[in-house]
Design a protein around this ligand. Structure first.
Ligand SMILES: [Zn+2]
Ligand SMILES: [Zn+2]
Length: 429
């Protein structure tokens, strides 16, 4: 019974189709061509000048070459992405599916809502900017599906500074190195900061400079707050040795400035303690100014913490540089007469100004400790004045024999006798 009904229904359907087809065929006569369509130049169908019936269907078009009666058109599209969240620079593929799977055309056209965020090439996408973009897949018959892709930074997970403690001498610089992981993090830039810039400053590149003695912490932080730090301690540059520069021979009564020279030369502690072994010889100030008090030697010490040095200094007399001999009279001197000589010693502050007198020929004249010359015999003699430190001066002198002068000029006998006595006397001496 059921089977019979079913067959009856089919026959009825076919009959209806034939009727409708016949009706349309009547509306515009003409054969179908090799493509299965025919012309409708007067556009009786309202579909244009060409359409299809495909074996009895109502007049229809074959959009994109597909028949809506005979072909299966896509009913929906789905879109999937390997990742919907990308880091800048990262790429992934988009997969689109058309349903049903036996659809006559499974092609999908892709479109991106923001090319500044996502660069689209076929079904490969690349993250080119931060933000969100929508990728839409469209089937040939206009069915669509979309997916949102977000582009974000690849975050820094670890910042590490190799050193735990950096010891820096005052005034010195050091480039602190920090590594960032992962190395392909979007923003590997670090912000450097010093806890106390009075002690240590740090540049944007991590170069630290020791400004003052003390201890502080240097931080390197990524833009997401991940950071590491290092303790930096700043110490003085301590001298490893000292040398004393300056005169080691100083004239009595004068001052000289001794200098302490440190090794290394950039020692930051420049103060030094000065001492002298014998303060009766010389005094020294804490600025290194030595005041020579008495002739002699002493040891000068320059001390700083654990280093010390010393030099021997000698306080020297002020030597006589010049003696000027002056006779009491510029008159001639005769045998038996005396004459005073005085000596001016220069410089005036010479340590040993005392002069001793003598002559180069004591037969002709002698000169006592007070500079009083006694003429004994006629002739030429040199008066010599000498100081203790060996400076000498000479004064040439001519001693006349007045009797001889008389003999030659006047010829008085008695005077000759007297003169002879003087000569005798002189000889006795
Ligand atoms: Zn037709
Ligand atoms: Zn068709």
């Amino acid at each position: 019974m059921y089977r019979y009904k079913n067959i009856l229904l089919r026959i009825l359907c076919v009959a209806l189709l034939v009727v409708s087809c016949t009706n349309i065929a009547y509306a515009h006569s003409g054969r179908t061509d090799s493509s299965g369509g025919h012309r409708d130049n007067k556009n009786v169908s309202g579909l244009g000048s060409y359409h299809y019936h495909c074996g009895g269907y109502p007049a229809h078009l074959h959009t994109s070459g597909y028949c809506p009666y005979r072909d299966t058109f896509p009913s929906s599209v789905s879109v999937k992405a390997e990742k919907t969240s990308l880091y800048l620079g990262e790429s992934t593929t988009i997969n689109g599916s058309v349903y049903p799977s036996n659809a006559c055309n499974t092609q999908i056209d892709w479109e991106c809502s923001d090319s500044s965020v996502i660069s689209l090439r076929n079904n490969t996408i690349e993250a080119v900017g931060f933000g969100t973009a929508t990728i839409t897949g469209t089937s040939f018959n206009g069915k669509t599906a979309s997916i949102k892709i977000t582009v974000k930074e690849k975050p820094v997970e670890l910042v590490s500074i190799e050193e735990e403690l950096i010891s820096l001498e005052l005034g010195k610089t050091f480039n602190v190195q920090a590594t960032v992981n992962p190395t392909d993090a979007t923003n590997t830039e670090l912000e450097w900061k010093s806890e106390n810039p009075d002690i240590v400053t740090v540049t944007a590149d991590g170069v630290i400079t020791a400004m003052a003695c003390g201890k502080t912490t240097i931080y390197a932080a990524a833009n997401n707050g991940i950071s590491d730090s290092v303790t930096v301690e700043v110490n003085e540059i301590v001298a490893t040795s000292i040398a004393i520069e300056g005169d080691s021979q100083i004239q009595i009564g004068s001052t000289t400035n001794l200098q302490a020279v440190f090794t290394p030369h950039d020692t930051t502690v420049q103060d030094v303690t000065w001492e002298i072994s014998d303060t009766s010889i010389a005094e020294i100030s804490q600025e290194g100014v030595l005041n020579a008090l008495n002739i002699g030697t002493a040891t000068v010490y320059a001390k700083q913490k654990d280093v010390e040095t010393s030099i021997q200094i000698e306080v020297m007399p002020i030597n006589v540089s010049e003696i000027i001999i002056t006779p009491s009279s510029d008159e001639k001197i005769n045998i038996g007469e005396s004459m005073d000589f005085s000596a001016e010693v220069l410089p005036e502050n010479a340590t040993y100004p005392a002069v001793t007198w003598r002559t180069n020929d004591e037969n002709i004249a002698t000169n006592d400790e007070n500079g009083v010359l006694q003429a004994h015999k006629s002739g030429e003699v040199i008066v010599i004045a000498e100081t203790e430190d060996g400076c000498t001066a000479e004064y040439p002198l001519k001693i006349n024999n007045p009797i001889q002068g008389v003999i030659v000029g006047v010829g008085v006998v008695g005077v000759i006798a007297a003169a002879a006595v003087v000569i005798k006397k002189k000889k006795k001496i």
